[in-house]
Write a protein that binds this ligand. Structure first.
Ligand code: SAM
Length: 220
């Protein structure tokens, strides 16, 4: 088992509490759901949650995949009616051209580019014609501006919109930024206003200076 999967295997039982039961985690979760609600409007699609973890976003998907046994056990307990496969994202036990949309959050940011490319190739294989993959990634321009330095693999990968346009198997359809402002650090009473402002900045020419980008890729 690789280091990253090993890490999530150990973290699984406390992941939801540890990552999402705090102001920052709840803010991120809300923003991601807002974006997914906008992008996932066709209720008849077959949607795969790639690296579904504990199933945080599995309510959007018909099936899930994760390489951590402990994560899969938790998501299966939450969503017993869904198919959740234990497998590596670059070797999916899923048929060619069978999925309409893949969603994948908080995943690519932990991986090296070679691995991301292998996973994108595998996604391309399982997606139907014009199928989409929607994922989040830290914005490289923001990180450059702030002089961000990663300590290890955790959240280390970032992309610019220019980098993403070069990926061979997919056409970049849409990019949406989020967390331009550190909203979770402001007092509660002004957050509602700041969230609106953040959402406006996130679709403006400044979007690449948001902390994260949500990418919508379409299969070429
Ligand atoms: C930060 S969690 C994200 C979980 C979920 N997508 C979310 O947003 O809450 C990263 C997940 O990626 C999974 N993972 C790591 N490497 C993987 C791989 N090569 N194939 C499939 N899943 C992997 C981990 O087991 C973990 O559940």
């Amino acid at each position: 088992m690789n280091e990253i999967v090993n890490y999530y295997d150990t973290l699984a039982s406390t992941y939801d509490e540890n990552r999402f039961n705090n102001t920052y985690g709840q803010f991120i979760d809300n923003q991601e759901r807002k974006i997914l609600n906008k992008l996932l409007t066709n209720k008849n699609e077959i949607i795969l949650d790639l690296a579904c973890g504990t199933g945080r976003l599995l309510n959007y998907a018909s099936l899930g995949v994760d390489a951590s046994r402990a994560m899969v056990e938790i998501s299966k307990a939450k969503f017993p009616e869904k198919t959740i496969l234990l497998c590596e994202a670059h070797q999916l036990k899923i048929e060619d051209n069978s999925i309409d949309t893949i969603i994948s959050f908080h995943f690519f940011m932990h991986l090296e580019e070679k691995k991301i490319d292998a996973i994108l190739e595998e996604c391309n294989r399982i997606l139907k014609k014009n199928g989409r993959i929607i994922f989040d990634i830290p914005s490289r321009k923001r990180r450059k501006l702030l002089g961000y330095k990663n300590k290890d693999w955790h959240g280390a990968k970032s992309f610019s919109i220019g980098d993403l346009k070069l990926k061979p198997n997919f056409k970049l359809k849409k990019t949406i930024g989020f967390l331009f402002l550190p909203i979770h650090r402001f007092p509660k009473f002004c957050r509602k206003f700041l969230i609106e402002l953040d959402s406006l900045l996130a679709v403006s020419f400044l979007k690449e200076y948001s902390s994260y980008l949500v990418i919508e890729f379409e299969k070429k």
